[in-house]
Write a protein that binds this ligand. Sequence first.
Ligand code: C2O
Ligand code: CU
Ligand code: CU
Length: 881
Amino acid sequence: MNTTRPRRTCPDGLHVALRIFAWVVVFSAASGSVLAQPQSITAVATHDATLYEDSGGLAANGSGSYLFAGKTDGAVVRRGLIRFDLSAIPPGATITGVTLTMNISRGRGGTQTITLHRALASWGEGASDAAGEEGIGDVSQSGDVTWIHRFYPGTFWATPGGDFAPAVSATSSGNSGPISWSGSGLIADAQAWINDPASNFGWLIKGNESSDPTAKRFDSRTFATVSRRPTLTINYNGPAPLVGACCLPSGACVTTSSGACALQGGTFQGVGVACAPSPCPPAPTGACCLPDGSCSTLAQFQCEQQGGTYLGNGISCSPTPCPPVLMPFVDPLPIPPVAQPTSGVAGGAAHYDIEITRFQRKLHRDLPPTTLWGYEGMYPGPTILARSGQPITVTWMNNLRDAQGALLATHDLPVETCLHGPSIFGSAPVVVTHLHGGQVPADSDGYPESAFPPGQSSNLYTYPNEQRAATIWYHDHALGITRLNVLMGLAGAYVIQDAVDDALNLPRGIYDLPLIIQDRSLNRDGTFDYPAGWQEEYAGRFNLVNGVVWPYLDVHQGKYRFRVVNGSNSRTYTLSLSNGRPLSQISSDAGLLSFPFVQPSITLMPGERADLIVDFAGLNPGSVVVLRNTAPAPFPGEPTDPQDVMRFNVTSTPGDTDAVPASLTSLPPINASEALVERSFVLRKIPMQCAGGGPGAPFEMWTINDLLWDDITESPRLGTSEIWSFINRSNVSHPMHMHLVHFRVLDRQEFMVQGDEIVPTGPRLLPLSGEAGWKDTVNAPPALITRVFVRFDGSFTGLFPYHCHVLEHEDHEMMRQFRARARCPGDSNDDGTVNFADITTTLAHFGMSGPRGVVGDANLNGLVDFGDITTVLSQFGMSCN
Ligand code: C2O
Ligand code: CU
Ligand code: CU
């Protein structure tokens, strides 16, 4: 379960700095080199781990972000272990106070008692690192502690579950947030460890093991947020600690013990040597981008101390390499116009000729114009209005041209030509348009390999619109460069209307707007900042809505229907309103929910959509409401600072105050037993050449079942249903999307990996209420099996992609294709074969059934039976094998 986390410049640098800081001995009364008594140190853990009773006592989680204590939902025991380096406390010191603080980030079974016990034997911490919520551990690695091993694989505990003192050293209780232990037992333990450092094996953390569930999950010493890691504060009287100036590789001077200095790769300057003035040699300097957007030439540690981003030694500040700092909410929200057909009517049967062109436009008031690609010269593209049952046709034309008016020869963004796609067509700016959520024939689906260069057009695409009202969208899908083409601007909304939706009296007209949300990093000259190589994940610094950075919308006193499309490459959004009003979700990707789902926030992964009713009635004119995003990137992960999306400025104009109907549509119940087959799709990276990512990047490719685009192994039969299970063996969520079909989310379940077997564990978790409707994209979270029920309806046969909608992953090999096979002729009961039940049904139509001598008894055995059917059907070329 090893996946590479994306490189992140600023936060990681900051963590390094904080980690170093946390190592440092902190004086309660810091004053130069005069060291007064009493003393206090704050230590961080050097080792921590969890003992997992199940999995044969073999699971481990040495380097994980969490440790556990108590009993799980599955009634198995977890015990934590933690150990601190006390070498900064001089021998002979008298311990006067000890407090251990840990943060509970997840709890089961409410407040529970948690006790600390002295561990009585040494134990190790290897490189195992469990995925996801970490509750089931990982495969043990050499040196790991487990339920039965002190050091995997050869050294065992005397007693499985750990050797520890039965006496309780300290007791505390809680279910969430920070909890602390202190008191005489801990003082005695620490004193013993100071007197005999070789006896310091740390504490075993024991939860309530007499009932279940009681488990608590604690943030570990490697948890990303430093302030939530375990800390140990020790007060003591005695000789001065053996500390002095330590010169770190960054050039910073810190006061530490010589041991702590060496651990950080520093050079110890001697006991008692002060840091002011600094005895350290001057550190190299380079450009540092400060939070206010200015550039300053600093040493790396100084830059990090000021919350800046260090760009590297020797990098100059003139011209400034720092990204622009843009003022939010200064540009109005653009509303994409409705696309105008060449013939027919917008919103009905029509033909469109849509040109893809290259042009310049400002994305923010204070930025120079950006070179964009767009449909009909717009970014995002015009909204295509369609009506259920009324087909439209489109000819897509690639008319990308350079500044001289010649057909564009190379892409505007750096192309990773090692990936499948550009490996064939190079850096050519090829395009192909896909209607995401549209149920369309294969030759109109925007087949990724059919991308075509400037000067060419698509064949005539047909969108039958034989589907319910929904907010779907169109975007580019060229093989291996989808992330670049969508980033340049190739996306737009497609709204299907129908009588059911019309009859609901939902907000309409100026109160019915698409919000296409996309993140982008922009340079000061207005160009997009996208790295030259493939990258794991794109996290833009700015959020754009309908093609503008952080726009505002003046709203009336009433309800709006916002058709929200997450059109970002990789970013997941958890949207909420700054005034705390709820969001009323009325649809999921492919149609209405049965009733509005009112929730404080909604999470949309790339490719997902939701129509939201937002009510501004009764707010003070002049007040503002910010649409916020609190989702971490990558997702899931640690919450970062909220990143705003846009702002609503409340006016005094009256608006739509009609009630939202309590019920919207009827959704057919899912009958999972109708599924003909259940197919499994393992999501993970495999070693592979040419995974992109530039020099030195790991050769690891995102795949589905370790297979590639050309490996076609699924041929579902139209007219049948299947269950598709996405098994996420990585530590990020993948929004899994299927072309052609709409599906329903069945459930999610934890699993364990035994050998290479996937063993489901724990209960099947029902989908969220907002996922209860028709969908075409589903969040497959880490360490879970996500199951969807897919009905292969309609009559369109051929090849259709299914893929992760993180475009960076899709452009890797996390996109494959299924072959939709024709409905089985004669399969009247849609079970994918022609069998006796079909025959009976079919024959009954013709009055063919009955006793002896019956019509239809082709083999003259006196009955109408399977043999007859086969015989009869094969006469008409009807067989289904
Ligand atoms: Cu929205 Cu195959 O994609
Ligand atoms: Cu699609
Ligand atoms: Cu993915």
